[in-house]
Design a protein around this ligand. Sequence first.
Ligand code: AMP
Ligand code: GLY
Length: 424
Amino acid sequence: MNILLLGSGGREHALAWAISRSPRLNSLHIAPGNPGMADCGTLVSLDVNDHEAVAEYCRSNKIDLVVVGPEAPLVAGIADDLQAKGIKVFGPSKAAAQLEGSKHFTKQLCDEMNVPTAKYGRFSDLDSAIDYVRAEGAPIVVKADGLAAGKGVIVAQSLKEAEDALYAIFDGAFGAAGASVVIEECLVGEEASLFAISDGENIQLLPSAQDHKRAYDGDKGPNTGGMGAYSPAPVMTDEMIERARKEIIEPSIKGMAARGTPFKGVLFAGLMITREGPSLIEYNVRFGDPECQVLMSLLKSDILDLMEASVDGTLDQHSPEWHEGTALTVVMASKGYPGSYDKGTPINAIENAEADGVKVFHAGTGLKGDQLVATGGRVLNVTAMADDAKDARDKAYAAIEKVDWDNGFYRKDIAWRAIERKSS
Ligand code: AMP
Ligand code: GLY
């Protein structure tokens, strides 16, 4: 098969790596990609916002399947536009991508299908929003309704914090994403990520994972895109996985199909495991980053078989196989992230870290001449596999020591919950 993969982060490097292992692969084209992905395929420069140009590239390169990494092109309708021209796309339609594109859309689906989720109100004016938070009290969660690059959520511990968040959002802090707000009850529990590949009707669950959203050790500091992940996550016992499937994922897939907007692609459920069981925090319509890096490490089956079955509606015939043990990834980020940071700082000796079965996925990297440099906030994902979380963690941290990058930092406690759970 000839594949075009869209995206340039650690998630896409992991996808490119998994795709490049497929015996069915003829050629892999990656737009725009990053220097780490050059080993997996050909990097091409294409404007993903120009759907006509992407379609033209597919035609002239006989692309059999387009794989979309990030959510923005999906929410913008790239799957619809390419499919209208007869090009197969792994990823949801614009209508189905609303599961990530609008928090209110997801809340309505939850109401309709009885999916457990935090109690909420939605407001498009400041005064009613303020009245609601005053009536409900703190802690309370304030969210910009639209896509805000993962930054539109404020978990307010006090009423003042909630009101300040509302003032900021209605003042335009998140642009159009904040034209309305969703205000939610604050759920208490342990978070987990659960992924399902769907063909619109059937689903295949992937192993559970856990991300680490805060920037610093001990889950302190500002929220980030994710500082490390591991899979499977012990908080997702077999019973919890079954409940999440039955109470959350299956009714959502059914509800989307019943509305005439079936969901095809990867559905990523951000869950809170509360005392009552799993509750949906949010849906994303793509793989998680960095969760994808550990899932692709564990995947034994051919990723292209699964992606094609999602497009063709034959997922009931494909149940993916997984390696035993735990995969764990540690994100190396530029000092200062998620705030401002220096760009263009040199990185060396990645090849030393990659010995002994460790894989380093690139995210925000670039080339200055021949020199590899950091170009983004999250820059490298040092990924290891072992029999359990502790050994995987030791292996990843031993490898990180070998990377030569003065301007990098990383959390030193990835998988602390899994390791603590085991030792208690
Ligand atoms: P989101 O961007 O929706 O993933 O939210 C970012 C983070 O905010 C989540 O990973 C949770 O840690 C937290 N969060 C979101 N909604 C809630 C909620 N209703 N209760 C508690 N925490 C939440
Ligand atoms: N790691 C969380 C996300 O991809 O949204």
